[in-house]
Every structure is written in C-alpha cells, then in structure tokens.
Design a protein around this ligand. Sequence first.
Ligand code: GDP
Ligand code: ZN
Length: 288
Amino acid sequence: MLQGRIIKSLAGFYYVESQNQLYTCRARGKFRKENMKPVVGDICDFEIDENNEGYIKTIDKRKNQLTRPPVSNIDQALLVFSITHPDFDSLLLDRFLANVEHKNVKPVIVITKIDLDQSLIEKIKEDYHDYHVLFVSSKEHIGIDEVKAVLKDKVTVVTGQSGVGKSSLLNALDIHLHIETNEISDALGRGKHTTRHVELIKMHDGYVADTPGFSSLELEMEPRELAVSYHDFRRLSESCKFRGCLHDKEPYCAVKKAVEDGEIAKDRYVHYLSFLKEVKEIKEKRYG
Ligand code: GDP
Ligand code: ZN
C-alpha cells in the first residue's frame, strides 16, 4: 500500500502524488456510498495493480475542507490586502479572518504595495499583533523572501480583492497558476465562481491551490461560531463568565475586557459586532 496526496481530480480520475511520483487512480465504489468522495488535498492510501492501475482504498481524516471548490487539508490562507490603491480595508480583512479561522485554516495577512505608503504599517501591526502579518512590495522586491519561507512545505490558498496585487506578488514569487487570478479572485465578483476544477501546484517545497479560495463574503456560521472564530476571541472566551458568551451585552465578558484594556483593537471589536448582527439576521430569516 502506498500513501500520497490527491493533487488533481479530473473526469473520475485522481492524480495522486507520492514521493515525487504521480499516479493516476480511481476511487473504489464504496466512497460514493459513504458520501465521502475523495477531494483534492486528501491524503490517501492507494495500491497499484498488475496493470499499473491505481486504486484509492482509504482517505485520512481531513483537518479542514473548503466547499467551493472542494479542496481539503489546507494549512494556510494568504489574505492579500494592499496598504493603498485600493485603500487598506480592515472591515473586509476581519470578515475574511472570521471565515478562514472558522474553517480551521491559519490566516497569514499579506499587506502589499508598501512602497507607496508606510503610514499605516504601525497601526496594522498593532491591531493584528496576534496574527502573522507580512509587509511586501512586489515592485521593490521587499518582503518576498519572507512570503517564500511561509509557503515552504505548506498547502496554501491565496485570496484577495481584485487590484490588491496578487498577480504581481505571485509573479515576484515566481508562481504561475493556471487561473486568471485577476478575474476569479475578485472578492466582490459573486457569481464568477466558474472554476469547478482545482489543482495543487507544487512550489517552494509546498503546494499552492490554483483557486481563489475564500472569495465568498458570506459569513456562513452561527452566532456562537462567530464568537469563537477569531483565535484570540476563542482563547479569551474561556474566561467569559457565561458559556456561549457572544461578547455583546453579556456581563463579565473577557473579550470586552480585552478591548477596554487595549489588548484587542477597538476596530476589530466594532467589526465583530456588525458581523454578529449580520449572522443573527441571517439566522432569523432562515428559521423565522
Ligand atoms: P491583482 O488584481 O490582485 O492580481 O493585482 P495586480 O497584481 O494585477 O496589481 C494591480 C495593480 O497594482 C497593478 O497596476 C500593479 O502594477 C500594481 N502593483 C502591484 N503590486 C505593487 C507593488 O508592490 N507596488 C506598487 N507600487 N504597485 C503594485
Ligand atoms: Zn464574552
């Protein structure tokens, strides 16, 4: 039995990489029955028969999974935001962070175009001090090696609004994905999800998914899930007096205390409250 990672799926075949070899495999019928179709990113056991045909036998438990398009076992999401042109949008960043962390994917914030403006760097560092934040200029080749180091040995999705400099960054990293990053990654371009197909491209000893990844702006989660989506909120919520605290009107809330003490940025908390309102409204609409 061999073990490998599914890096591509096409027309009923799975392309499994194992020790730098690529094997074309089919899945045994039982997966369909168990409603556990293999997806790109899955780690699987497979065997090769005497006709050199591969069969996937079992799939390891997934550590996480995206649905559109289906890809699993993602280590991290690069959330690309420009410092200017377009203006740094912390409300959108906080929205992405909630979605990413809710899916149990580690976010890495990449702030681009720092050659154009440095005035916000300190504020971003402070507001997101509990996050991994990289400051880059693709134009001046600043911070590019740090991004390379982050990609090493990891499975990464890259996401960000159109115009923030994703293509330029990927070029600077010498990464050439198959998708038109420009069009599909437009975070506001709902309905542009034309890619059913996803592939993991090997680079810098890791994999980059040629998918826009988290381009959905919808917060598809329960209020309680939102309350523990940000890892620092989650950590603090263990000290909130009430189980299931939504860090809103509840007394003795550790998150609100952290905001008062300046440990959590006021802006982030204000954004959180607006998202909380939003997910509550979605819930009410759904269940009446
Ligand atoms: P994408 O839509 O996210 O792929 O963004 P692009 O990579 O196409 O970049 C959008 C615009 O920003 C282009 O005009 C780029 O030349 C410019 N740009 C990208 N990165 C930088 C940078 O680091 N510094 C400066 N000054 N401009 C940049
Ligand atoms: Zn609380």
